[in-house]
Design a protein around this ligand. Sequence first.
Ligand code: CA
Length: 247
Amino acid sequence: MSTRADQRTPARPSAHGKPRLAAAPRAAMRVLLIEDDAMIAQGLQTALRQGGFAVDWMRDGKGAAAALQTTAFDVVLLDLGLPDRDGIDVLRELRRRADATPVIILTARDEIQHRIAGLDAGADDYIVKPFDLDEVTARIRSVLRRAAGRGDPSIRHGELRLDPVARTVERGKVPVNLSAHEFAVLEALLQRPGAVLSRAQLEDRLYGWNEQIGSNAIEVYIHGLRRKLGSDAIRTLRGVGYFVPKA
Ligand code: CA
């Protein structure tokens, strides 16, 4: 851990000289919730955020289609009965673009035909309302595991091992207990050791569009991570942002 690491400029231009948005590090798994029932949506958002997911909520098909065209999500929760269009249409449109984002459809108990149509249209799983919130997060993890394939999705860095699916961190085989936000910050930084992420970039990875962010929230998470992982685990590049040194 030489001091030279602090001076390294981590921004790496792509081979073609164009910015590569797809290469940006990811933090919290990002969920798009498409649901017009505000009560259901509120409950789901709370449960998902507690589960460490960043959630964006759209209440109609038009907004959902726009969000899906502009933002990369890790998983989509799709209510089939939307006010302006059938959720199945949203799903078909997504698959027509060869977009393989995992989709879990939300259906009522008596909507067996809708469920079948949804699976045939390319849904990865379904959840029947009324559902248990723990079941929803378990289904999401299951879909994400399948999407990640059979390989070990863990990120290893020095003596740290971060499992983005199980959402666990170990330091030298000893479990480290992190809050959901601390986990997301660490995951973002470990995606590209040596690369500096600004506070704004970290905030953007952590939160959905409508969530309020305390002005010093990131500093608090960084402080927590240093306390739990060692003060050298995360470096500050003054006036620029944070990074983990290359192992
Ligand atoms: Ca509905």
